[in-house]
Design a protein around this ligand. Structure first.
Ligand code: FES
Length: 177
């Protein structure tokens, strides 16, 4: 898989200059220390904690995670940018995840992705200006026989054709089971 392209225009520090990683957030990360041999090994759990807390992992957060775990910030960025799960900017209220694995690929995932890009006027790993939608791809969503598949938040949509996109996205409950 390809590394995600990072938007380097995102502000590196919070406007008020205060650290993002409060003692409470650090304590949540520190709970993983006994389970790993080194602090460095806690990097991925730390990224999860930060994203769950703030909704994304900003550059300031990456710098502070690096300081807390004694890992160079470049390594935090390297790890973080490898996983499409982590976001440097804000995610939309509804996150669309299109499967990019083989079965869905064969069944037309690229045409589906293109229809979504056109409909929302955003690219992969971007969010619409109104904060409603984000678009991303991930490996197998576990419904290979029903490709091409996509998730909208927790709801799986199977056998989605490009022509279905407008109808599905117009449904206010498209992200609910
Ligand atoms: S290959 Fe798409 S859900 Fe498994």
């Amino acid at each position: 898989m390809a590394w995600q392209v990072i938007n380097r225009e995102i502000a590196a520090a919070p406007a008020d200059g205060k650290p993002l990683l409060t003692e409470e957030v650090k304590a949540k990360i520190a709970r993983f220390f006994p389970k790993y041999e080194t602090r460095r090994a806690v990097l991925i759990p730390a990224l999860h904690v930060v994203q769950e807390t703030f909704g994304n992992v900003s550059y300031q957060a990456m710098k502070e995670i690096g300081e807390f775990l004694a890992v160079p910030p470049s390594e935090v960025l390297d790890t973080m940018s490898f996983y499409s799960h982590f976001w440097t900017g804000d995610r939309g209220r509804k996150v669309i995840v299109v499967c990019r694995s083989l079965s869905c690929q064969v069944m037309g995932h690229e045409a589906l992705l293109e229809a979504l890009r056109r409909h929302l006027a955003i690219s992969e790993h971007e969010t619409t200006p109104d904060g409603q939608w984000s678009l991303m791809t991930e490996e197998c969503l576990g419904a290979c026989e029903h490709g091409p598949c996509m998730l909208i938040n927790e709801r799986l949509h199977a056998k989605v054709r490009p022509d279905d996109v407008a109808r599905i996205l117009a449904d206010p409950n498209c992200d609910k089971e």
